[in-house]
Design a protein around this ligand. Structure first.
Ligand SMILES: *Cc1c(COP(=O)(O)O)cnc(C)c1O
Length: 242
């Protein structure tokens, strides 16, 4: 599985080069391994090579890989669309951050469950910066209000924002999404909300991580460029009815 290790080295190089172009310290940018459909064995290869953060899209997949990854140090983020009926299941598997909080109802149900279990969790607010119907996330116009509302839920700690950029070959259109997330971050910082940190900007994937880093990303989420092509279309993970 040495291609995984080579691919990680390539991604680390792309991250470093983009950071330097933007006069940023490459160490400010975390790499999250997007591991949907990736076997626990292959995830282990990456973790044993020194990676530390994985992101999964489905509670079921976290569950199925959980035992095998138990002994390997790592942090688990949830980056998929979260249905409220999956909250209870998700909280069983040591997820440290849910990056996809995009509606108050989800925040409230998560709060209730956390309270019941006497747990706390970090989250990011997911914003639909591309305005595509196929993608989840709160509309940009609603992002600040949602942040305020979720910030009042005591067991949930907001650490920043997340977005998926527009899938487009036109660089400027992709950058607009990332600029919008950065701008929302700055507007929220200016509000000085209690228990709201805005340090994390989770944006950038295999095909657009350079743009995201140049626009201020602090965490890129990379799957394909490390683990290879997935057999399922991403719509399988991103659409409500699947
Ligand atoms: C799959 C996925 C990624 C990674 O996408 P790649 O194009 O494979 O790098 C990033 N973010 C989310 C939310 C994903 O579902």
């Amino acid at each position: 599985m040495s291609h995984i290790i080579d691919n990680i080295a390539q991604i680390r190089k792309r991250i470093a080069e983009a950071a330097l172009r933007a006069s940023r310290n490459p160490e400010e940018i975390k790499l999250l391994l997007a591991t949907k459909t990736v076997s626990a064995d292959n995830i282990k290869v990456a973790l044993e090579a020194g990676e530390r953060i994985i992101g999964e899209n489905k509670a079921q997949e976290i569950k199925s890989k959980y035992d095998e990854l138990l002994g390997v140090p790592h942090q688990k983020h949830f980056i998929g669309h979260l249905q409220t009926n999956k909250i209870k299941e998700l909280l069983r598997y040591d997820v440290t951050c849910i990056q996809s909080i995009d509606r108050l109802d989800l925040g409230e149900k998560l709060q209730a469950r956390l309270e019941f279990e006497k747990k706390e969790i970090d989250v990011l607010i997911q914003v639909n910066t591309s305005n595509e119907e196929s993608k989840f996330g709160v509309a940009p116009e609603g992002a600040i209000e949602l942040t305020k509302q979720v910030s009042m839920l005591p067991n949930i700690h907001i650490k920043g924002l997340m977005t998926i950029g527009l899938f487009s070959a036109e660089e400027e259109k992709v950058r607009v999404c990332f600029k919008l997330l950065k701008s929302l971050q700055q507007q929220i910082v200016a509000l000085n909300l209690p228990d709201v940190e805005m340090r994390e900007l989770s944006m950038g994937m295999s095909h657009d991580l350079e743009f995201a880093i140049e626009e201020g990303s602090t965490m890129v989420r990379v799957g394909t460029a490390i683990f290879g092509k997935r057999i399922y279309a991403d719509s399988y993970y991103w659409n409500e009815n699947m």
